[in-house]
Design a binder for this molecule. Structure first.
Ligand code: NAD
Length: 274
């Protein structure tokens, strides 16, 4: 069985389908080790954000790995309080400085801050045109936010990173994004660990000789969703990448689809206050 480990985005960038998320991973040794173990295992996508306050360690982990920069896909995100044209430009420079890189592979607007995200997008477009972000996109944008961006975008977003796990499968938004050729990336893909205790997924894992985490990651991948599980433990980081030697049946994909409860763990993008 072959599985394409990368996906071509609408602008031609090539993104690994499985990466490491580093939210709530401490800057310094913890994030350096996590990035190092991930890269040793074969991960080539690291997902950070200015607000995670660990961009320095992410950059350090990348340099220490010895893997050529161009083989690694680095995503970071514009934080809410930095939205607006000038402040986006400034925040992007700060992120690059902290990472110690001269470009990122993907820069995302972290949340759709009302009355600000369009102005921020203008800055993102310039950053993209300057070559310092090889791709630009959105995060936590509902359909109506995406439509608003597309209404006068010069550069189209190529990714929307959204909360997505077995109990929040986001089917209508996924269908809309697919139609617009915007790739879907899942955040909290394991339901922040909660989904791992779901007996349906644990039992399904036994059938395949895999863990619940591996089953869930595989469900995302087989649904054409880019997935960025987080762990700071070497063993789990390796486990979460060991998903390319089995395939869920159509029936089992459907069983997982049926776990959807429209249950959000994070804020609703229409109603957040941070
Ligand atoms: P996740 O769904 O990836 O779950 C991570 C947790 O699951 C871990 O803390 C650990 O407790 C557990 N876990 C992971 N692998 C395991 C394994 N093999 N066995 C047992 N337990 C395991 O949660 P997340 O960190 O919220 O999401 C992943 C990434 O998504 C983040 O690190 C971040 O990069 C991104 N994210 C983005 C946004 C956004 O607004 N764009 C929001 C949240 C997260």
């Amino acid at each position: 069985m072959t599985f394409e480990k990368t996906k071509k985005l609408a602008n031609g960038s090539v993104i690994p389908r499985l990466g490491l998320g580093v939210w709530r991973v401490q800057d310094g040794q913890e994030v350096i080790d996590s990035v190092k173990w991930a890269l040793e295992t074969g991960y080539r996508l690291i997902d950070t954000a200015a607000v995670y306050k660990n961009e320095e360690g992410v950059g350090e982990g990348i340099r220490l790995s010895g893997i050529p920069r161009e083989e690694i896909f680095v995503t970071t995100k514009l934080w809410n309080e930095d939205q607006g044209y000038e402040s986006t430009m400034k925040a992007f420079d700060e992120s690059l400085n902290k990472l110690g890189l001269d470009y990122v592979d993907l820069y995302l607007i972290h949340w759709p801050v009302k009355d600000k995200y369009k102005e921020s997008w203008r800055a993102m477009e310039e950053i993209y045109e300057s070559g310092r972000a090889k791709a630009i996109g959105l995060s936590n944008f509902h359909k109506h936010h995406v439509e608003d961006i597309l209404a006068d975008a010069k550069v189209r977003p190529v990714v929307d990173q959204i909360e997505l796990h077995p109990t929040l499968s986001q089917v209508p938004l996924r269908e809309y994004l697919k139609k617009e050729n915007i790739a879907v990336e899942a955040w909290s893909p394991l339901g922040q660990g909660k989904s791992l205790e779901n007996p349906v997924l644990v039992e399904m894992g036994k059938k395949y000789g895999k863990s619940a985490a591996q089953v869930i990651i595989r469900w995302h991948l087989q649904n054409d969703i880019i997935v960025i599980p987080k762990s700071v433990h070497e063993e789990r980081i390796r486990e979460n990448f060991d998903v390319f030697d089995f395939e869920l049946s159509q029936e089992d994909l459907k069983v997982i689809d049926d776990l959807d409860m429209n249950e959000r763990l994070g804020a609703d993008p229409d109603n957040f206050n941070f």
